[in-house]
Design a protein around this ligand. Structure first.
Ligand code: NAI
Length: 333
């Protein structure tokens, strides 16, 4: 559209936002011709830091940024937004139980879901990043009953990018020659990184016979190295940086939204956590990371992929975890 779109970023004074907002401002998410009105939300204690971010946006003199609204008030931040990037969440502190973490975040995403339903544009596209992302997205969607569930998603693109990058490294090709690596399930340790449908140098990995490329058909490497490395990559970054992944998360958010809005390439599959319609025997109504393609601003789950028994077993485990998270979250609603 030629008129500006309103883009909400929550957790706007946090780490991911400090990369993300500037990528959006420079046109990486919506392209070089789409003007933007930024709505930035954080909690009152972060108001000064948020002001600093807005000063830096101003100092960046970005031609696409038509206005910046900084707010600690949910209603004003959510009003009229076309894209909602829900990054802010309550972090897990030392000694905090998973259940207690879920409880605080349920209250945040309940409020923000209600705000989406009441104040956002009816075609708003929502991406939940704050953890536990899948379940937070489910809570928001449930509380925004005025909006279609197809408007909601959670981020597993960072896991997909990590997986593609590891495959490219293993095979020895540039990462842009690797696609269709799939992440199934929860954005957590039970996620299922799956190379069986990967495309490398435009060929299906499963059909490759050349020594270099068949390396990823090495079951031992897949189950003992690749999968645990992808699953634990977030923790490895925290151990090294003493802070969680931020720039790479921002890059993943940009990729997720760009594909959703502008469409995936012909033949390309990406992973997005979206509402299950029962595909691949995943119970309806869970927010589950599926292989999808996007066209005309809509995602659709890729049908008919052959799932090996070992991948199916892992899909069942991540499904069970999501069901349990859902039950716990809904007990707080
Ligand atoms: P951060 O702690 O640097 O920033 C979070 C910001 O959110 C803080 O400024 C905080 O004040 C704000 N916030 C907290 N409650 C809020 C509320 N109710 N409304 C608005 N803002 C609120 O954290 P960082 O590194 O930016 O990460 C943000 C979230 O993203 C975390 O939950 C993290 O676990 C998650 N994450 C998810 C990934 C994924 O792939 N799905 C990847 C990396 C991080």
């Amino acid at each position: 559209r030629a008129s500006p779109i309103k883009v909400l970023v929550t957790g706007a004074a946090g780490q991911i936002a400090y990369s993300l907002i500037f990528m959006i401002a420079s046109g990486q998410m919506f392209g070089p011709y789409q003007p933007i009105q930024l709505h930035l939300l954080d909690i009152p204690k972060m108001a000064d830091a948020l002001k600093g971010v807005s000063m830096e946006i101003q100092d960046g003199a970005y031609p696409l940024v038509h206005s910046v609204l900084c707010s600690t008030d949910v209603q004003s931040a959510f009003t009229g937004v076309h894209v909602a990037l829900l990054v802010g969440a309550f972090p897990r502190g030392p000694g905090m139980q998973r259940k207690d973490l879920l409880k605080v975040n349920v209250s945040i995403f309940k409020e923000q879901g209600e705000a989406l339903g009441k104040y956002a544009s009816r075609d708003v596209k929502v991406l939940v990043v704050g953890n536990p992302a899948n379940t937070n997205a489910l809570v928001a969607l449930t509380k925004a009953s005025e909006l279609p569930p197809q408007n909601f998603s959670a981020l597993t693109r960072l896991d997909q990018n990590r997986a593609a990058s590891m495959v490219s490294d293993k095979v020895g090709v540039n990462v842009d020659n690797v696609s269709n690596v799939i992440i199934w399930g929860n954005h957590s340790l039970t996620q299922v990184p799956d190379v069986t449908h990967a495309i490398i140098n435009n060929y299906p990995a499963a059909g490759l016979t050349s020594p270099a490329l068949s390396t990823i058909n090495d079951d031992k490497w897949v189950s003992e190295s690749f999968m645990p490395l992808v699953q634990n990559r977030g923790a490895a970054v925290i151990a090294a940086r003493k802070l969680s992944s931020a720039a790479s998360a921002a890059n993943a958010i940009v990729g997720h939204m760009r594909d959703w809005l502008m469409g995936t390439k012909q033949g390309e599959i990406v992973s997005m956590a979206v509402i299950s319609d029962g595909s691949y025997n995943v119970p309806k109504g869970l927010i589950f990371s599926f292989p999808v393609t996007c066209r005309n601003g809509e995602w659709s789950i890729v049908q008919g992929l052959k799932i090996s028994q070992s991948i199916q077993q892992k899909i069942d485990i991540t499904t069970k975890e999501l069901q349990e998270e859902k039950e716990t979250a809904f007990s707080f609603l």
